[in-house]
Design a protein around this ligand. Structure first.
Ligand SMILES: Nc1nc2c(ncn2[C@@H]2O[C@H](COP(=O)(O)OP(=O)(O)O)[C@@H](O)[C@H]2O)c(=O)[nH]1
Ligand SMILES: [Mg+2]
Length: 266
C-alpha cells in the first residue's frame, strides 16, 4: 500500500506536501512561515526581510492572498511565507484555515509568531495554539518601540522560560533586532537548537482517549505531522473542523483516497 506515488508508504516528504499546496522550496535551505494576529507587523517584517524579492499570488484554489519571498541569514537562503493574520488556528474562516493548514501540511522548518508587545496577553493565545501544532516556533516580540514609549517593560527571558521557545524583541519597522531573530530562526530550522515548548498537560481520561486514538491516526494518515494535535481536535468535538480535516484536507494532502488504497492492496 502506497500513501503517495511519489514519496512512498511512509507518507509525503515536507517538500512534496508544500508542492501540493503550491509552494516550492527548491533551491532553499529553509522554509519559514510568519504567523500572527492581524496588525502585529507581519507584512512589515516580511518586507524588511524580503525587500523586492517577493511574489504575491493566491493560495491554490482559494481567494486568500499568499505572499512569499526570500531572504538570507549567514549562509542560509530562506523562503519566507507571510501567512494570513489569524486570531486562532481553530476557526473555520478561509484565512485562518489557510494559516493552520500550512502549519500542519507545509511543515515549515520554523514558524515565527509575531506578537504585539503592547498587547501581549491577547496575542499569546495564538502562540499557545501554535506550539501545540509544531515545536519549531520562535516568538518575535514586535512593536518594542511602542511598548517602550508606553513604559511597558517585558522580561522576554522569563517569557522564553515559560513558553519553552525563543523570544526575540524586534522593531520590524526599523529592522531593530531582526538579524538576531533570523540567526535564532536558522538555528531552530537546522535543528541546531531543539525546542521543547510547554504544552498543555493532559492526564486522566483525556490522555487515555488520546492514546487510544493515536495508533489509528498513525495507521490511517502515515507521516501526519502532529497526530496528538489531531486527536485532541477530534475529541474536542469541533465537528466542522474535524470533518474538514479528515475528509477534505487530509485525504487531499496525504493522497489517501479510498480508491488508491483498495487498488494498491488488490
Ligand atoms: N511603531 C511600529 N509600528 C509598526 C512596527 N511594525 C509594524 N508597524 C505598523 O503596524 C501596522 C500594521 O503592520 P502590518 O505589517 O501591516 O501588520 P500585519 O497585519 O501583521 O501584516 C502598520 O501601520 C505598520 O507600519 C514596529 O515595529 N513599530
Ligand atoms: Mg499583512
Amino acid at each position: 500500500m502506497s500513501a503517495c506515488n511519489t514519496c512512498g508508504p511512509v507518507g509525503c516528504t515536507p517538500s512534496h506536501k508544500r508542492k501540493k499546496m503550491g509552494v516550492s522550496d527548491e533551491g532553499y535551505d529553509f522554509l519559514v512561515a510568519l504567523a500572527g494576529n492581524p496588525n502585529t507587523g507581519k507584512s512589515t517584517l516580511f518586507n524588511e526581510l524580503t525587500g523586492l524579492k517577493q511574489h504575491v499570488g493566491n493560495w491554490t484554489g482559494k481567494t486568500v492572498v499568499r505572499a512569499e519571498g526570500q531572504t538570507t541569514s549567514g549562509n542560509s537562503l530562506i523562503k519566507v511565507i507571510d501567512l494570513p493574520g489569524s486570531y486562532s488556528l481553530r476557526s473555520t474562516s478561509p484565512e485562518e484555515e489557510v494559516a493552520r493548514d500550512f502549519l500542519l501540511f507545509g511543515e515549515p522548518d520554523c514558524t515565527i509568531v509575531l506578537v504585539d508587545a503592547t498587547n501581549l496577553e491577547r496575542n499569546l493565545n495564538l502562540v499557545l495554539q501554535t506550539i501545540e501544532l509544531t515545536d519549531r516556533v520562535v516568538v518575535a516580540l514586535n512593536l518594542m518601540d511602542e511598548a517602550r514609549k508606553k513604559g511597558i517593560g517585558i522580561k522576554h527571558k522569563v517569557l522564553e522560560k515559560r513558553l519553552g521557545i525563543p523570544v526575540a524583541p524586534i522593531v520590524a519597522r526599523s529592522g531593530e533586532g531582526v538579524d538576531k531573530l533570523m540567526e535564532i530562526v536558522v538555528l531552530v530550522s537546522s535543528g541546531a537548537i531543539k525546542l521543547s515548548p510547554k504544552r498543555l498537560k493532559i492526564n486522566g481520561g483525556l490522555k487515555k482517549a488520546i492514546d487510544a486514538l493515536l495508533p489509528k491516526i498513525n495507521e490511517t494518515y502515515p507521516g501526519f505531522s502532529n497526530p496528538r494535535w489531531l486527536a485532541m481536535e477530534l475529541l474536542s468535538g469541533h465537528e466542522r473542523l474535524s470533518q474538514e480535516l479528515v475528509w477534505t484536507n487530509i485525504a487531499e494532502h496525504m493522497e489517501l483516497e479510498q480508491n488508491a488504497q483498495s487498488g494498491a492492496a488488490a
